[in-house]
Design a protein around this ligand. Structure first.
Ligand code: NCD
Ligand code: ZN
Length: 339
C-alpha cells in the first residue's frame, strides 16, 4: 500500500547553523518542499543581512534538493515600520519568544505590555506579516501554555488583522482558543500528537522526548488529535524538529528539543491511517492549510510513502532521532522533485 503526499511543508523547523546545519538540513529538504525556519540562532536572526546570509547558508546546505526555506526574523519591539518594510520580501513571518523560555531565547520579550509591542505589531499587521509565538509563561511547567492563552487572546483582540500563529500547541485550552478568534492559528508537532508526559517521565526518563513545551496530559493530546486528524483549517503541521548533539541531550541539564525531521511524514502517515483519517486530511494538514494561512505556493514535490517497516537509525550525524532504533510502519519509497 502506498500513499502520495504533494509538497509537504514543515511550518516550524530548526535547521541550526554551521556543521549542524550542514549535517541535518538534508533530513528535511529531502522529503519536505519547504519549511518555516526558526530564527533562534546565537545571536538570533534579527537584521536583513542576517536573514539573507542565513538563507544562503541553508540553500548551500540543502544542495540540489527542492526545498524553500521560508525565513523568519526574531521579534524585537524595536522594529519600526521602515525596517519592516525593508525586510518584508525576505521573510514569511516574525517569531516572538518570551525571554529565556526555551533554547536561545534570552533576547525575547518580557512582560507582554501591549502598548510597548503596539508600534511593531501594528506595522506587521499593516504589512501583512504574520506573528508566530512561542506561547509559554514562566509559571509552573505544566501550566505555562494554558496561562499564556490569556496573552494570545489579548494580542488577538488588540490586533484583529494580525495573523497570530500559536506555535507547537500542546493543550486543550489552546485548541479551544482557535475557534474564538478569527486571527488565531496553530502549528502542531508530530511528537505532541504521539506522546504525553507519561512517555517522557512516567518511567525511565527519556531525554530525547524532552522539549518545550513539555508534552501534556492525555486529554490534551486527544484535543490535538481531533483538530489534526480533521485537518481543522486553522491548524498546520510544524515539526519543531530541534536537533541537539547527543551529548547535550544525554547529560545532566538536558537540552530541550525532539529531532523528528527524518521520521515525521512516516509517523504521520501511520497515525492518520490508524485513526481512520483520510489521505486528503493528511494532505491538508501537511500542506494545504499552511498554503492558505501563509498564502504561499510550495515548490512541486511528490513524496511516495509505502507501508513497509522502517528501522529508525540510532543516529543522524550525532543526533538521536525520535524512535531511534525502533521500527515504524511506513517508509519513504520515492521522492520526485517536480509534478
Ligand atoms: C527548540 C530548540 O531547541 O531550538 N526546543 C524545543 O524544545 N522545542 C526551541 C523551541 O521551539 O522552543
Ligand atoms: Zn521550535
Amino acid at each position: 500500500m502506498s500513499l502520495i503526499l504533494h509538497s509537504p511543508l514543515d511550518m516550524h523547523l530548526h535547521l541550526r547553523d554551521e556543521k549542524m546545519l550542514e549535517n541535518i538540513a538534508q533530513a528535511s529538504a529531502h522529503t519536505f518542499s519547504g519549511g518555516l525556519i526558526m530564527p533562534n540562532l546565537v545571536p538570533p536572526v534579527s537584521s536583513k543581512e542576517e536573514i539573507v546570509a542565513y538563507k544562503n547558508r541553508i540553500l548551500k546546505a540543502i544542495g540540489k534538493e527542492t526545498f524553500t526555506p521560508y525565513m523568519t526574523l526574531f521579534f524585537k519591539s524595536t522594529y519600526d515600520k521602515t525596517f519592516l518594510e525593508s525586510v518584508r520580501d525576505e521573510i514569511t513571518a516574525i517569531k516572538l519568544y518570551p525571554a529565556g523560555i526555551t533554547t536561545n531565547s534570552e533576547g525575547g520579550v518580557s512582560g507582554f505590555d501591549i502598548e510597548e509591542l503596539r508600534p511593531t505589531l501594528e506595522a506587521m499587521s499593516e504589512l501583512g506579516i504574520p506573528l508566530c509565538v512561542h506561547g509559554e509563561t514562566n509559571g509552573f511547567v505544566m501550566d505555562r501554555e494554558a496561562e499564556f492563552v490569556a496573552i494570545y487572546e489579548k494580542l488577538a483582540s488588540a490586533f484583529p488583522k494580525l495573523k497570530i500563529i500559536m506555535e507547537h500547541i500542546t493543550t486543550k485550552k489552546s485548541v479551544e482558543a482557535l475557534d474564538k478568534f478569527e486571527n488565531l492559528y496553530a502549528t502542531i508537532t508530530v511528537h505532541h500528537l504521539m506522546i504525553t508526559l507519561d512517555d517522557v517521565a512516567g518511567g525511565m526518563l527519556k531525554p530525547h522526548l524532552f522539549c518545550k513545551p513539555i508534552a501534556k496530559r492525555p486529554e490534551d493530546r486527544e484535543a490535538l488529535l481531533r483538530v489534526a486528524l480533521n485537518a481543522h483549517p486553522k491548524v498546520m503541521f510544524g515539526s519543531d524538529s530541534a536537533p541537539h548533539p547527543q551529548h547535550a541531550k544525554e547529560s545532566c541539564g538536558c537540552a530541550a528539543g525532539v529531532f523528528t525531521a527524518p521520521i515525521a511524514l512516516q509517523v504521520l502517515a501511520e497515525l492518520f491511517e490508524k485513526n481512520g483519517a483520510s489521505q486528503e486530511k493528511l494532505q491538508a494538514f501537511v500542506c494545504g492549510n499552511a498554503q492558505k494561512i501563509y498564502n504561499i505556493t510550495p515548490l512541486p514535490k511528490k513524496v511516495v510513502l509505502e507501508k513497509k517497516p522502517f528501522k529508525v537509525p540510532q543516529l543522524y550525524s550525532g543526533v538521536v532521532p525520535m524512535y531511534a532504533g525502533e521500527e515504524i510502519t511506513y517508509s519513504i519509497k520515492e521522492v520526485y522533485n517536480g509534478r
